[in-house]
Design a protein around this ligand. Structure first.
Ligand code: 3PY
Ligand code: MG
Length: 250
């Protein structure tokens, strides 16, 4: 676990286009999250994106679909700065995530310094192992009421760097309707407990980034996705031309 502050502003990459990473880096994001849970990104493309992100100075995280060796080994050996692991509901789940992604003694990740993470074999095995446990960040997603209740205990599991509240799955799994105050209260209580216990916390933002960072104690935010940026930008361009305007000055 690194002692450095978590990079602050990120974006999802859901399109299988390495150029998305380049565009987001040029926009000034601190990190990208290549989405292998909900995006259609194969491992070849993922590896290219990780290398490109590093070249562009933006930290490449990967959101994995699960913690099977096939899910975690490729992004880690390809040089991901960290992983987001979805749907971690309790301490046992958090320990499983650590077990799959950290080298012994913390976990049981398989070792090979022959990939980008080991600078293609240039790094000594010991340096590769140390970086895998000390520099690669493990973020677990809290996406259920149970996960919110146990958020501090989850965040304090050795080998976990941060917890990320996933508002969509949280609402869906808890069957909350949009705008339900009970959900908002649960989230605020979880935020306060994380602040009290210095658990590094992230979430998504939708127009409320300043409030989340300045008043609610979040350490990092994922501000949007390449898909949504394209959709919104395209929609705005077309509707700007097609929306009838009122005649002026007649
Ligand atoms: C969720 O909200 O469920 C996420 O995983 C992040 O958008
Ligand atoms: Mg989710």
């Amino acid at each position: 676990m690194t002692g450095d502050a978590f990079p602050r502003l990120g974006a999802w990459v859901k399109l299988p286009a390495p150029e998305s990473v380049e565009l987001l880096a040029l926009a000034g994001f601190d990190f990208v999250v290549i989405d292998a849970e909900h995006g259609v990104i194969d491992t070849r493309t993922m590896s290219t994106m990780i290398g490109l992100a590093r070249g562009c100075g933006v930290a490449p995280f990967v959101r994995v679909a699960g913690i099977a060796p096939r899910d975690v080994q490729v992004p880690l050996d390809a040089g991901a700065a960290g992983l987001f692991v979805p749907q971690i509901d309790d301490v046992a789940g958090a320990r499983d995530a650590v077990g799959a992604t950290r080298f012994p003694p913390l976990g049981r990740r398989g070792a090979s310094n022959s990939g980008r993470a080991g600078r293609w074999g240039l790094d000594a095995l010991g340096d590769y192992l140390r970086a895998g446990n000390d520099e690669v960040r493990l973020v677990v997603q809290a996406e259920s009421v149970g996960a919110l209740d146990a958020i501090v205990e989850i965040g304090e599991v050795a080998g976990i760097d941060a917890v990320f509240i996933g508002p969509t799955d949280l609402a869906v799994s808890g069957r909350f309707r949009e705008g339900d105050d009970r959900l908002a209260d649960l989230v605020v209580a979880a935020e306060r407990r994380c602040a009290d216990h210095h658990v590094t916390l992230g979430t998504t933002a939708s127009g409320n980034a300043s409030e989340l960072l300045d008043r609610r104690g979040y350490d990092f935010l994922v501000l949007g996705a390449d898909t949504a940026m394209l959709r919104q930008g395209a929609h705005a361009l077309v509707s700007d031309v097609r929306t009838p305007r009122k005649a002026v000055g007649r």
